[in-house]
Design a protein around this ligand. Structure first.
Ligand SMILES: [Zn+2]
Ligand SMILES: [Zn+2]
Length: 186
């Protein structure tokens, strides 16, 4: 079933209700604030900062945009692992999360667009499921699987990157930036 993507949100701009003053950008949809900066009238002595960061990329602030763009570039390397030692459970987790986002985005995307070739491609053995690589020697299978997963994640992240302006205009893009940003964090 096709979900209603709602009205386009590109550059949500609000001006003051009285129509005076400069138009300003809406706050970041992820709720980001400037640490130690406060809204006018904030009187909470315990507040660490409550001044919203403006949405500069669709509904996202510059920080969320940078986090998402960084994740899309680095997730293929995260999946491949460090020094030729892939962490297969983590690689599978990254692949699953990215694939779910791409499937959801494809369903919502308002125009015909090419499906990433690797989205539905089968992955090599070992079969999906619990992987206990920590308890056995690293096998060629793990390297092959991590390589295939990395290629697939590169394909999926490339699709997300090509549709970034649209993704960042969606009200849920704060969750996308947070989720992929966490996966790409060291
Ligand atoms: Zn405050
Ligand atoms: Zn933000």
């Amino acid at each position: 079933m096709l979900h209603d993507p709602g009205p386009p949100h590109l550059y949500v701009v609000r001006s003051r209700p009285d129509g005076r003053g400069r138009p300003r950008l809406a706050p970041c949809a992820a709720g980001c604030v400037h640490p130690a900066h406060h809204r006018p009238g904030c009187a909470d002595p315990l507040c660490d900062g409550c001044l919203p960061r403006p949405a500069e990329h669709g509904v996202l602030c510059a920080g969320c945009h940078a986090r998402l763009a960084h994740a899309l570039r680095h997730l293929p390397a995260v999946v491949r692992g460090r020094a030729g030692r892939p962490d297969v459970p983590r690689a599978l987790d990254v692949y699953d999360v990215v694939a779910v986002w791409v499937r959801d985005a494809l369903e919502l995307y308002p125009a015909p667009t090419a499906r990433p070739a690797r989205l539905d491609a089968p992955l090599p053995a070992p079969a999906r499921g619990p992987v206990t690589w920590r308890h056995r020697p690293l096998g060629v299978d793990d390297l092959e699987l991590a390589g295939a997963l990395s290629d697939a994640v590169r394909d999926l992240c490339g699709w997300l990157d090509r549709h970034l302006p649209w993704l960042e205009a969606q009200p849920w893009s704060g969750r996308l930036a947070a989720e992929l940003g966490d996966l790409a964090a060291p």
